[in-house]
Design a protein around this ligand. Structure first.
Ligand code: FES
Ligand SMILES: [Fe+2]
Length: 385
């Protein structure tokens, strides 16, 4: 997919604008889904990529993944192959993983590890942790070539509460002011230095990204996750969405039953001791805080009907023993994500195309459906006038 301005069909564009405009007017009492075709329309997806995903701050990871100079992880975001790497100066950067010689990826999607430099596998040009070209074989004689002029392009990156966000828009306003009202509450993600990341999960679902972010409600847990999620944050213990929603995020709370399965030791600094909080930083970065576990879910779209799903938990090293890994993490996260996929991918994405289908009404537990889509609608409508 390229980032060029697409030429949209005028009729399709008018239909989308009308649909988003109507959705923008809905009140909380009128909460419902978007019109069905918006969950698979290629034109809608192009608009979202151009005006939302290429402009917004996107959750991609946590600083615990890159603790030491040289630590890195790589991924493809939209059409951008990217490396998140900690430099010798301890700064975390997002640099392109495309070799500046002849476009070979220096590392591949999902690679992670620790290096002193990135060496291209094609002709062995090497780049420092700050992206600067360090060596280029047989280029000394080239009169027009100056090693100092060659550097991996860098993307905007912001660390907020130890969470790593990137932005493809070099002009984007900083993220932190937007999230100021939840900065203190989400400081729980500033875990102690000895905490480790585990439960790495990476998958691609055949589903539109909006169905995934809508799935952040817990209304479905008693039905879809009776033996996993619902044990720790049951549907019936839903409390409320946060009253003071910001422009770019929303949170919802559930009570956590006393007899819930324990995931580890109590999370340091978490004030809401027996409460689960699920915070969605729009478009769809998901932060989960349980009394004894914190995890993040960086998700983003690949196409109108494909979405990348990742998960990462942060734990005290003593809690991450083999038994816990096997019994809790590998089975727990994989099980509940498989449960979600069976509903969201296997069901919704197929059935939403029914010719008879209209937008569906939602419960008060699904307030986030309204919030996230009204945010996106505003961004898109403002951009296209
Ligand atoms: S493409 Fe990387 S060194 Fe040639
Ligand atoms: Fe779920």
């Amino acid at each position: 997919m390229n980032q060029m301005t697409p030429i949209h069909d005028a009729g399709e564009l008018r239909k989308i604008v009308n649909s988003l405009t109507e959705f923008s007017k809905l009140t909380l009492e009128e909460i419902k889904t978007l019109d069905p075709y918006l969950y698979y329309s290629p034109t809608m997806f192009e608009l979202e990529v151009e005006h939302l995903w290429s402009k917004e701050w996107i959750l991609v990871g946590h600083v615990a993944q890159v603790k030491k100079p040289g630590d890195y992880f790589a991924f493809d975001f939209l059409s951008e192959p990217m490396i998140i790497v900690r430099g010798k100066d301890m700064r975390i950067r997002a640099v392109s993983s495309v070799c500046q010689h002849r476009f070979m990826p220096l590392v591949r999607h999902n690679d992670r590890g620790s290096v002193s430099r990135f060496t291209c596998p094609y002709h062995l040009w090497s780049f420092g942790l700050d992206g600067q070209l360090l060596g280029a074989t047989y280029m000394e004689e080239h009169k027009c070539f100056n090693r100092k002029d060659v550097k991996l392009p860098e993307y905007r990156l912001e660390v907020w509460n130890d969470l790593i966000f990137i932005n493809l828009d070099d002009e984007a306003a900083p993220l932190a002011p937007r999230l100021k009202p939840i900065e203190q509450r989400m400081s729980v993600f500033k875990v102690p230095d000895n905490y480790v990341t585990c439960q790495h999960h990476d998958d691609v679902w055949d589903v539109n990204w909006k169905f995934v972010v809508e799935n952040n409600e817990n209304y479905h847990s008693s039905a879809i996750h009776p033996n996993t999620v619902n044990l720790g944050s049951p549907t019936h213990m839903y409390r409320a969405d946060l009253a003071e929603h910001g422009e770019g995020y929303c949170s919802a709370f559930w009570g956590a039953p006393a007899d819930r399965p324990r995931a580890g030791r109590p999370v340091p600094g978490y004030a809401g001791e027996e409460v689960l909080e699920l915070c969605t930083v729009f478009p769809m970065g998901t932060l989960s805080v349980m009394p004894d576990s914190v995890s993040i879910y960086p998700y983003w779209p690949i196409s109108a009907e494909k979405t990348r799903i990742t998960a990462l938990a942060l734990s005290h090293p003593d809690d991450v023993n083999q038994e816990w890994e096997e019994d809790h993490s590998k089975s727990f996260i994989n099980t509940f994500l498989a449960e979600d996929y069976s509903a969201v991918g296997g069901g919704l994405q197929w059935a939403v195309k029914s010719k008879k289908q209209k937008a569906g009404m939602c419960s008060n537990q699904e307030e986030m459906v309204l919030r996230v889509h009204q945010h996106s609608a505003k961004v898109i409508l403002d951009a296209i006038g």
